[in-house]
Design a protein around this ligand. Structure first.
Ligand code: ACO
Length: 444
């Protein structure tokens, strides 16, 4: 039976609709065109605003500004809805293999069985890295953060795979895209193995994307690796849930880097740097550190009090989101995955999970969080699951990067192929010194 879909407002393209801007300063008024979309609010087109009025708009953090058209992902943050190419995230997370989602994001449709088999073959064909690439790792300290290693090594792909780096060539673009999807698990697992001082594992193309990654991360050459279907399903889900999230900080960074026509490996490396911060992809790591610092349920009220205190820099990491003003649908799914993984591993009494559940309960009952619509986000439960599987906290952001690579590269490709593509160049409000003459050094 078909599940009822949420009733989302359709915002059709608006023929001739305009908003009128009245500038009282010069007594003039200007008509600004209004653009529709599929879902979501209407959009005021301010592209000609400066040329026509001499005014800029001011919007630090892009709170009210769309930077692009995109047909990949839609979020209704007020209602906690996330769609990829129109499909609800809950359905993709429940049924889709990660490679299916990669195909969907890249090509705009779900693959048929033969299309998926062909796609899997192509991705498998690119899953190894150049043998010389291994030496690159040796230059890093073993205790380097794996995100630092990822930034360096993913950026270095452009030095190894420059045969198909001409971004004006559609075939070259597609090969780079496939290479990034294929090599990212290999590089991510290598970064992990390097930190442990263990041998790298070559990929195995007969395994699913998630199982192959788990084998490269936890397998050792001396023994056969036994695939655990529950853990594989959990990692597959984790990757699906992180695949794309429209114009977040790292994706916007990839688009901005790509707008200068930089190569896709450099753009994705830029995305990894933006993802690293604790307010974005580093939050999953920060959540586990925070839960460990809280330590036990009795100390939760103290930390809730600190999170509410404007004189204290402490925030409840894993809570709040720029777009979601409702429960992040990904957090709800990951909470279920935590239950499944912990049951499979015989760790149902994992104290950190019990602490997280209690923290969520207390926060969602507190006026401060209710009034500000602060709910658990994707990072709140993911770290607990990853830790139970055996990843150290430093590996959480690289795993986020692994899942998000398809979103970055699909958005990069969409941008490069857009008819209306400009180098990204925000404006500013200048508040520095007024013009003044240079003072010779002897006179200062
Ligand atoms: N703990 C306590 N208070 C919070 C939190 C939090 N986690 N998040 C927001 N608030 C408060 C703010 O202090 C502010 O209060 P005020 O109105 O009294 O000044 C209000 O809620 C609105 O918050 P903003 O910072 O304006 O919201 P913004 O959209 O800019 O920030 C962000 C979103 C950065 C995610 C924020 O909620 C946060 O810092 N959360 C913790 C970090 C985190 O979990 N990041 C991961 C995000 S998901 C992702 O990137 C994959």
């Amino acid at each position: 039976m078909q599940r009822a879909l949420p009733d989302l407002t359709i915002t059709p393209p608006v023929a001739g609709e305009k908003v009128t801007l009245v500038l009282h300063a010069d007594g003039k008024q200007y008509d600004l065109p209004v653009l529709g979309g599929t879902h979501g609010p209407k959009v005021i087109d301010v592209r000609r605003l400066y040329a026509e009025t001499g005014y800029f708009t001011y919007d630090p953090g892009f709170l009210s500004t769309a930077n692009c058209d995109s047909a990949i992902t839609y979020i209704d943050g007020d209602r906690g809805i996330l769609l990829h190419r129109g499909y609800p995230i809950e359905e993709l997370a429940a049924h889709a293999d990660f490679l299916e989602v990669c195909y969907l994001l890249l090509y705009g449709k779900l693959p048929t069985p033969s299309e998926l088999a062909d796609f899997g073959y192509v991705i498998g064909h690119h899953s190894m890295v150049h043998e010389q690439f291994k030496r690159f790792f040796a230059g890093f300290r073993r205790d380097a953060h794996p995100m630092a290693v990822m930034v360096g090594t993913v950026g270095a792909l452009s030095a190894f795979y420059h045969d198909k780096i001409d971004i004006t060539d559609p075939e070259a673009r597609m090969v780079s895209t496939h290479r990034l999807i294929a090599k990212m698990p290999t590089i991510c697992a290598m970064a992990f193995k390097y930190s442990l001082g263990r041998p790298f594992m070559y990929p195995r193309n007969d395994l699913s994307y998630a199982a192959n990654f788990l084998r490269m991360a936890f397998g050792i050459p001396a023994e056969p690796y036994v695939v655990n279907p529950v853990l594989t399903r959990a990692i597959n889900r984790f990757l699906v849930l992180h695949a794309d999230h429209e114009q977040n900080a790292s994706t916007a960074t990839v688009r901005i880097a790509g707008s200068s026509r930089a190569n896709p490996y450099a753009c994705v490396a830029a995305g990894i740097t933006a993802l690293w911060g604790p307010d974005h992809g580093g939050a999953n790591e920060a959540v586990v550190n925070m839960l460990e610092e809280i330590g036990n349920k009795d100390r939760i009220p103290l930390y809730i009090k600190r999170a509410k205190d404007k004189n204290d820099s402490f925030r409840l990491t894993g809570f709040g989101h720029r777009v979601y003003k409702n429960y992040d649908p990904r957090a709800a799914i990951l909470r279920e995955s935590c239950h499944e993984v912990l049951a499979e591993l015989g760790k149902t009494d994992e104290p950190l999970f019990a602490l997280a559940l209690e923290l969520e309960r207390i926060a969602l009952d507190d006026d401060y969080f209710v009034q500000r619509k602060l709910f658990p986000n994707v990072d709140f439960y993911s770290g607990i699951m990853l830790r139970a599987i055996g990843f150290p906290t430093a590996m959480f952001p690289p795993l986020f990067a692994l899942g998000r690579t398809i979103g970055w590269i699909a958005q990069w490709k969409e941008m490069i192929e857009a008819s209306d593509q400009h180098i990204a160049r925000p404006r500013q409000r200048y508040i520095g010194e007024a013009i003044r003459p240079y003072v010779p050094i002897a006179e200062r």
